[in-house]
Design a protein around this ligand. Structure first.
Ligand SMILES: Nc1ncnc2c1ncn2[C@@H]1O[C@H](COP(=O)(O)OP(=O)(O)OP(=O)(O)O)[C@@H](O)[C@H]1O
Ligand SMILES: [Mg+2]
Length: 253
């Protein structure tokens, strides 16, 4: 059986894609699942969040551009958790005018064939709907959308839905789509409205656990630690522990 491959995607910046990739993957690894995370953002924030210091290590860029074997780029980060970094050349792909279809095929082939020993592969997407994201949406069939509970995130929602529909039409497939409320500010009245709207647009698709906005979650990145290492007893570690359970059991709001 091959791994379940999930693109962590929202074209809006700062909604919690990388925080979700980091902590959900570590939660699943701690639960005994074999997990690979692919840093598909040239900013390399996922690699930094997991504590990888070498920004020059080649990664998914070499797979897509030089035909490198994915096994050459895998870096073990924690027990059961391995990383494929973005690599220094991933940024170039966003600017290339040719070869996009071929790179999408390579990525799909890699995801379908090279992760037989893994349970989950998560792809942390960049905040855009450009060529890199097109590669990912071509190559995957499942999307997890992190959302924050502010006004602009809600504004971005219609663009996001349009992007997904466009890919579904062109590629003649339907994505399995789930949402995670990744930055929930419960003290703000507007947050509830955002959740309500999400339930309207994505019925039965919002994972039951909400990740609350907390200082510790924003702090752990700078130490290259996941929340389970930085503050294992915090409400945020508990939130991600519960989110992982929801993800495994398909428990939605
Ligand atoms: N639940 C949360 N509570 C507090 N801070 C958070 C939370 N989720 C994310 N953050 C912080 O918000 C910022 C943006 O989060 P993150 O990098 O995960 O978003 P992103 O969607 O990956 O951003 P980008 O679009 O730039 O890739 C980071 O500084 C992160 O530490
Ligand atoms: Mg990110």
């Amino acid at each position: 059986m091959n791994a379940r491959v999930v693109a962590i995607f929202n074209q809006k910046g700062g909604v919690g894609k990388t925080t979700t990739s980091t902590n959900l993957s570590h939660a699943l690894a701690k639960a005994g699942k074999k997990v690979t995370v692919i840093d598909f953002d040239p900013q390399g924030h996922l690699s930094i969040s997991l504590g990888m210091l070498n920004r020059q290590a080649s990664g998914i860029d070499a797979v897509l551009l030089d035909g490198a074997d994915v096994s050459q780029c895998v870096i073990p980060m924690r027990e059961n958790l391995q990383l494929i970094p973005s690599g220094p050349k991933l940024h170039d792909i966003e600017l290339m005018s040719t070869g996009g279809a071929k790179r999408s095929e390579i990525l799909r082939h890699t995801l379908l064939n090279d992760f037989q020993d893994q349970d989950y592969v998560f792809i942390d997407c960049p905040p855009s709907s450009g060529l890199l994201v097109a590669n990912v949406l071509f190559a995957t069939d499942e999307i997890l959308i992190p959302m924050s509970s502010d006004f602009l995130a809600l504004q971005g929602l219609s663009d996001l839905i349009k992007t997904i529909r466009k890919f579904e039409q062109v590629l003649k497939k339907k994505y399995k789509t789930q949402i995670v409320m990744a930055r929930y500010t419960s003290s703000r009245k507007f947050s509830k409205e955002v959740l309500g709207k999400l339930q309207q647009y994505f019925p039965q698709q919002i994972l039951a656990t909400v990740i609350r906005e907390t200082a510790v979650l924003s702090e752990c990145t700078s130490f290259g630690m996941t929340i389970f290492e930085y503050r294992p007893k915090s409400v945020s570690a508990n939130d991600f522990h519960n989110l992982a359970k929801d993800f495994l059991q398909g428990k939605v709001m």
